[in-house]
Design a protein around this ligand. Structure first.
Ligand code: SAM
Length: 267
């Protein structure tokens, strides 16, 4: 079900979460992924696979550091956006994009030094299939960089209620009216017919371990004063306050971060 959603909303996803919001947490996630890739690899000798690549923004940045590889996404609309972007921004010589299923790609075993899965595993029915496919695709000692949505995240603790309410057309219209009229928000709410999964990070890391990965890096991200969608109030009143909470990732309160970005080596 999520596949259809992303295909229908490819352009809107790109605008709402990236192009129209330079402070959106998805940029922070992307920048941390880039730092990790640069930390672990030299560009000229590292072949990367980005699963659920979306519109190709990460590839654009990675190519500017010399990194190359393949992006796979189940949505033809996302793959079109990524291909067009690679032509417009001159990185089509470094990155190729294909429509495909991340749980059963047709790519060769042991082909990649690094696999990235950002904002993807929560849409899969379970973790195992994706972890097994990534293990097959990675070279020995290859690295998986992925993020999970934290079950205990404060910013996302109302998501279940939000997703439930978003099933109704009426509620979506009212929410969009409030967002536009009261909060002057350009980004509108979308009707959702599915619930992305959340993870208990310690259990996920253990599951990844059982499936052949050892943890190298973990960082919690996404801190807000109020949980979403109430955090809109803070976008309007004290401006940048949510962004200033980023320091929490270095404190014991890191465990309330909305998401957990992980890097793991294939054992
Ligand atoms: C939340 S978006 C994340 C996009 C991008 N990785 C990012 O970080 O912004 C999830 C992406 O996964 C893709 N996707 C969902 N299910 C998939 C599957 N089974 N195989 C490949 N891609 C999938 C969607 O089409 C969408 O582009």
């Amino acid at each position: 079900m999520s596949e259809k959603y992303f295909d229908k909303n490819a352009q809107k996803y790109t605008e709402d979460y990236y192009l129209s919001q330079i402070r959106h947490p998805k940029w922070q996630r992307q920048k941390t992924i880039e730092k990790l890739v640069k930390k672990f690899f030299k560009s000229s000798s590292c072949k990367i696979l980005n699963l659920g690549c979306g519109p190709g923004l990460l590839e654009e940045d990675l190519s500017s550091f010399g990194f190359f590889g393949i992006g796979i996404d189940s949505s033809p609309a996302m793959i079109n956006l990524a291909k067009n972007r690679s032509l417009e921004k001159n990185f089509s010589d470094k990155w190729q994009f294909f429509v495909g299923d991340c749980e059963k790609t047709k790519l060769n075993s042991g082909e990649f030094d690094c696999v990235i899965a950002s904002g993807l595993i929560e849409y899969m029915p379970s973790d195992e299939k994706l972890l097994k496919e990534v293990k097959r695709l990675l070279k020995d000692d290859g690295i998986l960089i992925l993020n999970i949505t934290n079950l205990f995240g404060w910013s996302t603790c109302l998501n279940r209620i939000g997703h439930y309410l978003k099933k109704s057309n009426k509620i979506v219209s009212i929410a969009n009216f409030i967002k536009k009229e009261f909060f002057k928000e350009k980004v509108t709410v979308n009707k959702l017919n599915f619930n992305p999964r959340k993870h208990f990070p310690a259990l996920f890391i253990r599951r990844a371990n059982i499936n052949g990965f050892e943890l190298l890096f973990s960082e919690y991200q996404g801190f807000t004063v109020l949980p979403s969608p109430l955090d809109l109030i803070f976008n309007v009143i004290p401006g940048d306050l949510n962004n200033k909470l980023d320091f929490l990732k270095k404190t014991p309160l890191k465990f309330i971060g909305a998401s957990n970005l992980l890097a793991m080596r294939k054992k």
